[in-house]
Design a protein around this ligand. Structure first.
Ligand SMILES: [Zn+2]
Length: 429
């Protein structure tokens, strides 16, 4: 079946049902200039391609940042405020207004509601949210609507609901480098769309589907979109990766991806545990990512003292009990490349704890130990982490590799098929 929306045809299997709970039409962008009297700086949102704007797309609910006692919101253009009892306020525009948790309710200017409040803007991309994330104030604008939900913990949860394809445009621009070719963006888009739908299906009982950080996929709202991202979204509209699960039924593939595989991809099971669907078996050779600054990374020295402290701070019972650290070693590796699978930490009394290499990496610092592909060398009171390769978990699509392959003329579909061998491509909606 030929995709009418792509210059290069994608070979597609028939439509796959993914449980579309809510169908909406793609939103519109406002024609006029931004409202001048607001104290927000609005960059005119990119107009979604016609193919997106006129199609039915399932919604996705994105949890924004951290839960917070208060936040500020502004709206460029007309807006409506709704709650369970219907419309509670309207206006022509809204300058920064504080929204706060107030004894189990949500206070919004003169309005106080016991349950969630939702802000709807006439201008798509016109809702601005100012919230504190990681100790710093972050200001972004969003398409779709914003829901403010009071929690039992005395905080507010902020959830952005928007069509899945619009969400993807706000993900791609954050997950890829701006100058990379559109075919690399397309491959990333299929991976990001499939990953998002898997997460969405797993959180049907939640009041959100995905996080806006690396806990899911990095999403920056409408102000971070770029034209290449939108071209990739339009060129792969609705396409997801699947595999044949038990009974031969097509299932969505958990399309893990990483920055830089370092030379060869890893198997999902060796990194995350659990089953490994065939397209995630790893062992895909890729030195295409060698231009990545993390293809090889410099040696890191960790003192045994700091490793011990990191283990104890995990709160994980077996690690908390460890005394002073005597040895840290790679207990097992996976794949021909020898990527660490498990790390053994042994204290001076001889107690040993075996932990997954990715977990060990997260405890000692994923911003200095860039992957689990390394060699550990005992240097007395220190451990030398040497021969470091790649950035990220190494499973599935390698982003730097995808960029190189696209530059060499590979299509998005070819790139997807390279990193997820035997995966099938199908249309989810
Ligand atoms: Zn690679």
């Amino acid at each position: 079946m030929k995709s009418p929306h792509s210059a290069r045809a994608w070979f597609l299997r028939p439509i796959l049902a993914v449980g579309i709970a809510a169908l909406v039409m793609g939103g519109c962008s406002c024609e006029g200039p931004p409202t001048r009297h607001l104290s927000v700086r609005m960059r005119a949102p990119i107009r979604p391609p016609a193919v997106i704007a006129t199609r039915e797309v399932p919604n996705i609910r994105v949890r924004l940042g951290e839960e917070t006692p208060s936040l500020k919101v502004a709206v460029d253009g007309p807006y409506r405020l709704t709650s369970a009892r219907g419309e509670v306020a309207t206006g022509d525009s809204l300058d920064w207004t504080e929204i706060a948790f107030n004894k189990g309710s949500v206070s919004f200017g003169q309005v106080t509601e016991p349950g969630p409040l939702e802000i709807h803007a006439t201008c798509d991309g016109g809702i601005f949210v100012s919230q504190t994330v990681g100790g710093t104030v972050r200001e972004r604008n969003y398409r779709g609507s914003i829901q403010i939900i009071p929690t039992g913990a005395g905080t507010l949860r902020i959830v952005n609901t928007l069509p899945a394809e619009h969400y993807l445009a706000g993900v791609l621009a954050n997950e890829m480098i701006k100058s990379w070719p559109v075919e690399a963006y397309k491959a990333q888009c299929v991976a990001a769309r499939t990953f998002a739908l898997i997460e969405r299906n797993a959180r049907l009982r939640y009041d959100f589907d995905v996080y806006d950080s690396t806990a899911s996929q990095v999403y920056g709202g409408c102000g971070t979109e770029n034209q290449t991202a939108w071209d990739a979204v339009a060129g792969t509209f609705g396409i997801v990766a699947t595999y044949r699960g038990a009974g031969g039924k097509p299932q969505l593939l958990k399309t893990y991806y990483c920055s830089t595989c370092g030379g060869m991809t890893a198997s999902a099971g060796s990194v995350f545990g659990g089953e490994t669907p065939p397209p995630l078996a790893g062992g895909v050779k890729c030195d295409y990512c060698r231009r990545s600054p993390k293809y090889r990374w410099p040696d890191v020295t960790l003192t045994k003292k700091e490793i011990g402290e990191a283990m104890r701070q995990s709160g994980y019972t077996d690690l908390v009990r460890l005394g002073p650290i005597a040895r840290v070693e790679v207990a097992s590796t996976a794949g021909p490349g020898g990527r660490a699978e498990a790390i053994r930490v042994i204290d001076t009394a001889g107690a040993a704890v075996l932990i997954r290499a990715g977990y060990w990496r997260s405890l000692v610092g994923h911003t200095k130990i860039f992957s689990t592909w390394f060699t550990l060398v005992d240097k007395g009171d220190r451990i030398l982490v040497t021969d470091g390769r790649g950035f990220g978990h190494g499973v599935g699509l390698c982003q730097w590799g995808a960029a190189y392959l696209a530059e060499r003329g590979k299509t998005g579909e070819e790139i997807v098929r390279y990193y997820y061998p035997s995966a099938e491509l199908t249309r989810a909606y």
